[in-house]
Design a binder for this molecule. Structure first.
Ligand SMILES: [Zn+2]
Ligand SMILES: [Zn+2]
Length: 188
């Protein structure tokens, strides 16, 4: 665990949110897995966000619009990351409060549970980035090393060894390396 549990989860869910949309340099830049309220609800449930779930089609567009802003965090230098994080917190008038709910012991919430869905998602991501910046750990935010993939990756591993996203790029790289070795062996 690189950070506190809630920060780890928030970073992973922020990365997953960014990765619902292909980046501009991926093989298929039109891919978008978050197009509808159903998609958003599935994402929300998968990542176990707390508070009232999205219920209106109008919840979708502001979450979609959040993605490029979060994606920029993976490409920006520290000064720009700080600017984005502070903007996200200011726009939502974030007010940190210690809370415990469900199975979770005390952790920080910085929005009210009745705030708009996109605002709660934005602030959760921003608060996690606060921890990353304070710990000097921005190098844990990486771009997938897979060919034709520009998904974002959060490396929470102890030895900072994670290079690939969750979308099968690690396997593809292994297969390609294996084939290359086989080809070499056949020629020998
Ligand atoms: Zn919580
Ligand atoms: Zn990838």
């Amino acid at each position: 665990m690189a950070f506190t549990h809630d920060t780890d989860v928030a970073l992973q869910s922020a990365a997953a949110l960014v990765n619902t949309q292909a980046g501009p340099e991926s093989a298929d830049p039109t891919r978008d897995d978050l197009r509808s309220l159903d998609d958003l609800r599935a994402f929300w449930n998968e990542w176990e966000y707390s508070g009232p779930p999205p219920t209106a089609p109008a919840d979708v567009a502001p979450v979609q619009a959040l993605r490029p802003r979060l994606r920029e965090l993976w490409h920006a230098d520290e000064a720009r990351v700080v600017e984005i994080v502070n903007d996200l917190l200011a726009e939502s008038q974030a007010l940190p409060q210690l809370v415990k709910h469900d199975q979770w012991d005390y952790h920080l919430h910085a929005t009210r549970s009745d705030a708009p869905v996109s605002q709660r998602m934005a602030v959760e991501a921003a608060m996690a980035l606060v921890d990353v910046v304070r710990a000097g750990e921005l190098s844990r935010l990486r771009i997938c090393a897979g060919e034709d993939c520009d998904n974002v990756v959060v490396d929470l591993s102890r030895n900072r060894s994670r290079r690939f996203c969750d979308h099968g790029c690690g396997n593809k790289a292994n297969v390609a390396a294996y084939r290359a070795r086989q080809g070499q062996a056949d020629r020998d």
